[in-house]
Each structure stands twice: as C-alpha cells, then as structure tokens.
Design a protein around this ligand. Structure first.
Ligand code: IMP
Length: 192
C-alpha cells in the first residue's frame, strides 16, 4: 500500500478523507509522522496556501505528501470569507465566532448562494499536481445541526434540504467539495 502524508492537523478532514480513500492508500497524518507544527497559510489564494503546506512538509520529510485548503465563497459577499474562512472573525479561529460574523454580514441579504471550494496540492516524486472540488449550496438564516465542523451548521448543499451539520459524515460525503477533489486525486494516483 502506498503511503502519503496528509499535511493537516484537522482530524475531521483526516476522517473524511480516509472514508473516501478506503484501504487503497495509507494516509499518515502530521502527528503520526512525528511532525508538530502549525503550517502557515499566508497567501491570498487557496492554491498558494495548499502549495505552501505541501512544500513545507515535503521539505521536512522528503516524502510524497498532499495538503488541502478549503474556503467558503459567498456570492453576495464577493467571495468572502474565501481564503480567510478559518480566521474570518479573528486569529482565534473560532468556528462559532466565524458563523456569528457570517450570519450578521448576511442579515440583509436575500441572495444566499455560496460554495465550498477545496484545492488539493499533491507532491509526488518531487512534482506538484493540483486538484479542485466544488460544492454549491446556500447559507441558512440560522444554525441547524451539530455534526461536522466549521461552517457546516449554516450550509445546505444543492440537492439537499439539510445542512452539512444535520448529516452523518457518510451523507456529507455525497456532496462534499473535499470528496470531489479527493476523487480527482485518487483517479490521478490510480493512473501513475
Ligand atoms: P482550511 O484552511 O482548509 O482548514 O479551511 C478553512 C476553514 O474553512 C475552516 O477553518 C472551516 O471553518 C472551513 N471549512 C473547511 N472545510 C469545511 C467543511 O467541510 N465544512 C465546513 N467548514 C469547512
């Protein structure tokens, strides 16, 4: 089985990706690789941040690895919070404060269109490859559900009447931006 380091400290993302990958690849987290760092996300695009994360881990380990960066892009807010999704309400990176800020910004907006966009940067045998996954949907007026993480309680994917936070991980994965990007990664890895 091929081993890939997943450059994240977010256990939810690891669980979601292991679910998609099944037993085809052995995913090692940063923690399991003995790496204890908070990788910076200093850039103003998801692509550049994903590249930064995979490059840092590749330089540290010399091993094949991938990273992902995801943003919630709200049409009525010109794509915000976007690349700033994690720190929308400040450096504390509080999911609750981020949602409070988003709902406040959206208070007067009848246009609720939004999308999650995931970028994966894979470094395989010293070359970088980029994959994208998009999940279109809408922002609710209030929180619903308690599963998942981040903006899940206020995001309903197109094709459902429930928020991500009202779904099990398996149900979320039917719509998930991260799953779509992962499927492209898997198709690519199956071909090399
Ligand atoms: P990251 O920089 O890729 O970790 O993602 C930035 C932020 O986007 C996270 O802190 C979450 O608030 C949010 N986010 C990423 N993926 C998801 C998701 O699948 N559901 C809800 N929020 C998410």
């Amino acid at each position: 089985m091929d081993t890939l380091i997943f450059a994240t400290n977010n256990q939810h993302k690891v669980d979601e990706i292991r679910l998609v990958l099944g037993s085809r690849f052995n995913i090692i987290t940063l923690k399991e690789s003995g790496i204890d760092i908070d990788i910076p996300e200093p850039h103003d695009t998801l692509e550049a941040n994903a590249t930064e994360k995979s490059s840092v881990i590749h330089k540290l380990t010399g091993k094949n690895c991938f990273s992902e960066d995801t943003g919630l892009e709200v049409a009525a807010l010109n794509g915000a919070p976007g690349v700033k999704s994690a720190r929308y309400a400040g450096e504390s990176r509080s999911f609750d404060a981020n949602i409070d800020k988003l709902l406040k910004e959206m208070e007067q907006n009848s246009s609720r269109e939004a999308r999650f966009r995931t970028i994966i940067s894979l470094i395989l045998n010293n070359k970088e490859f980029i994959f994208e996954g998009i999940c279109p949907g809408t922002i609710t007026m209030e929180r619903k559900g308690s599963n998942g993480f981040g903006y899940d309680p206020v995001f309903i994917p197109d094709g459902s009447t429930r928020t991500f936070a009202e779904m099990t991980m398996e149900e979320k994965s039917v719509f998930s931006h991260r799953k779509k990007a992962m499927e492209k990664l898997i198709a690519f890895l199956s071909d090399v």
